[in-house]
Design a protein around this ligand. Sequence first.
Ligand code: AMP
Ligand code: MG
Length: 336
Amino acid sequence: METLLLNRNQTDTAAAIIQRGGLVAVPTETVYGLAADALNGKAVAKIFRAKGRPMDNPLIVHISEIAQISGLVSDFPEKAQKLADAFWPGPLTIILPKSDRIPDEVSAGLDTVAIRLPMNECARELIAKSAPLAAPSANLSGSPSPTTAEHVKKDMYGKIDAILDGGDCEVGVESTVITLVTEVPRILRPGGITAEQIIGVIGETKIDDAVLNPLKDGQTAASPGMKYKHYSPKANVVLLKGNSDQFIRYVNRQKGNPVVLCYEEEMQRIHIDYFSVGKENDYSTQAHRLFALLRDADEKAYDTIYAHCPKTDGISLAVYNRIIRAAGFEVTELEG
Ligand code: AMP
Ligand code: MG
């Protein structure tokens, strides 16, 4: 298949592709999405084939204005309204009971649907000109999410109808996913909107166990995406827990072909190859850079990536959630 490379001013062409049931990669403020008309089950099924995504992993439906939601959900509770007022447009996805119009391909057979109103103008323009868009991240299933059009090209060229280039994604990690169908609202995936911000608006909110820990045998995932291996570069990711001195001593002893993801403050003391994730307390920059750095490490054919185990407050919880999956949940405790 020929993949058209479109620029930010070609949303008319992209909209026509969506309306005839095609696939377009679109920029959003989180990561690039691989979009199809959310109300066209056949078009949505193509997303799963292009990505190699398991069919039981549901998709997020993206809207361009809040009025569109009425046709997509069967209930819009007060807490959803509060969250929408506070965080939309933006990187928050809300799970609600679905309407009959949502095809099974989108919800993976669940009776709920995930909805988000993105901030990115190019994405909203495309939705307004075409339809609500079902879109997961525009990467091959399992690999790090794309934060530039170039990343999308690497994974999807020849497999989809078009890539709309809207520049770099600002946030760099996927949206926060919260479900409002449980008695107490529950965060299923941390992202650009923090747990602290959400609690500030709707009060009591739980963080699902699977955010921080692997699922135990036999445990079912509230969010099916959480049970799959995710975000993995080809290189082996090793997470190290300890202070800066311990971290630097450990990585400087490593032989072979490794690269270190370090804080900016540590760069001068590291004597093997490294990439800076940003300043230690600058979580937003760390989130923004994470996936691009995992991809860079593969481009440069490093075989191991040594990284600090991230903190679990603020947007760093999203970074932790992604990298711990990339590392297969293994953390090495540094001593001495
Ligand atoms: P992605 O599209 O790859 O960014 O992932 C979307 C995430 O939202 C996945 O972890 C899905 O499992 C989750 N998700 C989407 N729809 C639902 C839903 N109706 N119920 C629970 N989780 C959902
Ligand atoms: Mg994804």
